[in-house]
Design a protein around this ligand. Structure first.
Ligand code: ZN
Length: 69
């Protein structure tokens, strides 16, 4: 079983999730970031593909304290 990665735009913070793809942009769910066309760009800020950085998978969401225990 393959692990789907997420890639984050270093310019605006928009995240490309390989599992979700980007159907609005014609990218099928499950499309690998590396398989995106070279002229693909961030749908949010139009940054180039190379501006995206792989998101570390082991990041644990920070508890923001929105839900007091
Ligand atoms: Zn962006």
């Amino acid at each position: 079983m393959e692990i789907m990665e997420k890639y984050r735009c270093s310019v605006c913070g928009w995240v490309y999730d390989e599992e979700m793809g980007h159907p609005e942009g014609g990218i099928e769910p499950g499309t690998r970031f590396n398989d995106l066309p070279d002229d693909w760009f961030c749908p949010f800020c139009s940054a180039e593909k190379k501006k995206f950085k792989k998101k570390p998978t082991e990041i644990i969401p920070v508890d923001t304290g929105h839900f007091p225990t």
